[in-house]
Design a protein around this ligand. Structure first.
Ligand SMILES: CC(=O)N[C@H]1[C@@H](OP(=O)(O)OP(=O)(O)OC[C@H]2O[C@@H](n3ccc(=O)[nH]c3=O)[C@H](O)[C@@H]2O)O[C@H](CO)[C@@H](O)[C@@H]1O
Length: 354
């Protein structure tokens, strides 16, 4: 059996595409799969559920603010490179696949030092810092957006589309309604502040609840530690920190989405044809990747967008009404999009070339 090591983490967006790939590779029964991730990142929890061997390494974080930890981080990254190098030398995989995030950099370098080919996937419209570094050590760079090709070395870039977990496409509306204890009386909005939740979106959504609940039932994925216990008994409103297995059913029961513009989430909503109102993470808190993701979706007629700086209860309610009024236009436009089978393409590459 051939051996593959997967890596990626920090937030769920750097793990769910790997989950999709793991299912496919397991199905093919040609690969022994291993995962290298951080000691405490969300990837550890998510990958443990798949029962594949998980190898934790030391990793640093790319912070955009001044912090004492920043001084320790280069040492942690170097330790991560040494650990990855030894692990890869011992496991002897044919290939390493990286979905990005800061934990992936030492793994990619460790693979390169062992002369193991590295394939990476970039989910966002423009490459993130981790992947910009990883790219130099990689054989191919797969992309979710076709626009991303322009930012990459020609000989390495391959547009595959977004690797979506198969389960996401197989939700059951009735199970979703029964899990939520919702009915058909009002349309359902699912609100997702990215996989980690968003304090700003949570605050504005909660302030807009009295108005929104007149017209909609609301599922709020608010992020770890961000549930507002005081709202637990609010009729028509459900809050969850993060949903795993239940998410497909919830999405099947969902009529509209209000969300951050993380790449994986928005391609899931697009594939499911859910009219979406996107609130991309601002340039103050990120490199602005979500703004570009959201602009691309707006330009293609898949989504409406509120910039974080313009987000108030009033703009949220107004834009939600517009989305409602124009839902048919959005859905029609999304039907013109033919989802690519990214998982199949990536698996074929891994199988053929290794
Ligand atoms: C703050 C930050 O760094 N955000 C980045 C991160 O976002 P983030 O981690 O939020 O990533 P995405 O929106 O791309 O993906 C989130 C994934 O988590 C899943 N999910 C989410 C909530 C939940 O309750 N259950 C669940 O399963 C979604 O279905 C999706 O598959 O990676 C994205 C992809 O590189 C980037 O575009 C974002 O800018």
């Amino acid at each position: 059996m051939k051996k593959i090591i997967l890596t990626g983490g920090g937030s769920a967006g750097h793990v769910t595409p790997n989950l999709a790939l793991i299912s496919k590779l397991n199905e093919e029964k040609k690969w022994e799969i291993h995962y290298i991730g951080s000691k405490n990142g969300i990837e550890r929890e998510l990958i443990n559920e798949t029962k594949i061997p998980y190898h934790p390494i030391s990793s640093g974080k790319l912070r955009r603010y001044i912090d004492l930890e920043n001084i320790k981080d280069p040492f942690k990254v170097l330790a991560g490179v040494a650990q990855s190098y030894r692990l890869i030398r011992k496991l002897k995989p044919q290939v390493v696949f990286s979905k990005g995030g800061f934990v992936s950099v030492p793994v990619v370098i460790g693979a390169w030092l062992n002369k193991v080919p590295v394939y990476i996937h970039e989910s966002d419209l423009t490459p993130g810092l981790a992947n910009k570094i990883a790219m130099k050590f990689s054989t191919k760079v797969f992309t979710t957006f076709d626009e991303t090709i322009a930012y990459l070395p020609k000989e390495k870039a391959v547009h595959t589309g977004s690797p979506i977990r198969e389960a996401i496409l197989k939700g059951n509306l009735k199970s979703g309604l029964s899990f939520l204890d919702f009915d058909n009386s009002k349309p359902i909005i699912t609100i997702m502040g990215g996989s980690l939740g968003s304090l700003k979106i949570n605050e504005i959504v909660r302030a807009a609840l009295p108005e929104l609940l007149k017209h909609y039932q609301i599922v709020h994925l608010c992020g770890k530690g961000k549930v507002d216990e005081g709202l637990n008994n609010t009729v028509g409103y459900r809050q969850y920190e993060y949903l795993g297995d239940e998410l497909p059913d919830i999405l099947a029961a969902t009529n509209y989405v209000i969300s951050r513009a993380g790449s994986n989430s928005i391609f899931e909503f697009l594939t499911l044809k859910k009219p979406m109102l996107l609130i991309p993470l601002s340039r103050n808190a990120s490199r602005g990747d979500q703004i570009l993701n959201a602009e691309s979706f707006k330009k293609k007629g898949f989504a409406s967008v509120i910039e974080e700086e313009d987000l108030t209860t009033e703009t949220l309610i107004k834009e939600m009404k517009n989305l409602h009024d124009q839902k048919v236009t959005y859905i029609d436009q999304m039907y013109k999009y033919a989802p690519s089978n990214a998982i199949e393409t990536i698996a074929n590459y891994l199988n053929e070339k290794n």
